[in-house]
Design a protein around this ligand. Sequence first.
Ligand code: ATP
Length: 237
Amino acid sequence: MSMLKLENVETFYGNIKALNSVNIAIDEGEIITLIGANGAGKSTTLMSVCGIVHPKRGHVYFQDQDITHYEPEKIVSLGISQVPEGRRIFPQLTVLENLDMGAFLRKDKKNIKNDFDEIFTLFPRLAERRTQQGGTLSGGEQQMLAISRALVAKPKLLLLDEPSLGLAPIIVHQIFEIIARINRDNGTTIFLVEQNANMALKIAHRGYVLQNGVIKIHDTAKNLLANEEVRKAYLGV
Ligand code: ATP
């Protein structure tokens, strides 16, 4: 089944066209990465999916339902969670309180405790720090918390905006391993936006290359890793 489909999506900021006829299709269970330089329109693509900005033209379909003009809360309730760029957690709230915020829209409240335990198995460092304020965590731990908070909502589709940003390589490695595990173990479909194309393509099934708001190439991750143009422009080899 198609999990997410962007069809000729055009998103503007005033008169500036940030996305130009973007077409992306993601099947259930896939990890898809969108790579591109600074300002290419990667964040705008994710924001156009989760209702923070609305495309002026084209359509966004989630499991064949047209969500193009839905508001963010409605989109979350359908099963799409976003981990925004810059891991915006609540710094004054504890780890546990941050996770509670992610469970806000859950109807099956009695299962939440179990899910917290699962999350703490995935991220043991958060378990150790469960009563600590979010703002006192390291960058990597805050990213883990941001991902956990999104997972607590039990999304079918997880949107990740540059999870590697500003993190040390060893932490990036851990975060990407966990993203792959979430996909493998829970079957969660993942749409991963990254400037770190090398890492993203290593865990993704397929990828799209965005340049100035236009999709230039899409292919399997394996082919993109071997593609001369991609290697020169995005992999630094
Ligand atoms: P980055 O890696 O820096 O986040 P990106 O690929 O995610 O880049 P976007 O943030 O989606 O790119 O930006 C796409 C284009 O839209 C850029 O030219 C950017 O300057 C412009 N843009 C983004 N947000 C706004 C805004 N709120 N108002 C006006 N222009 C914007």
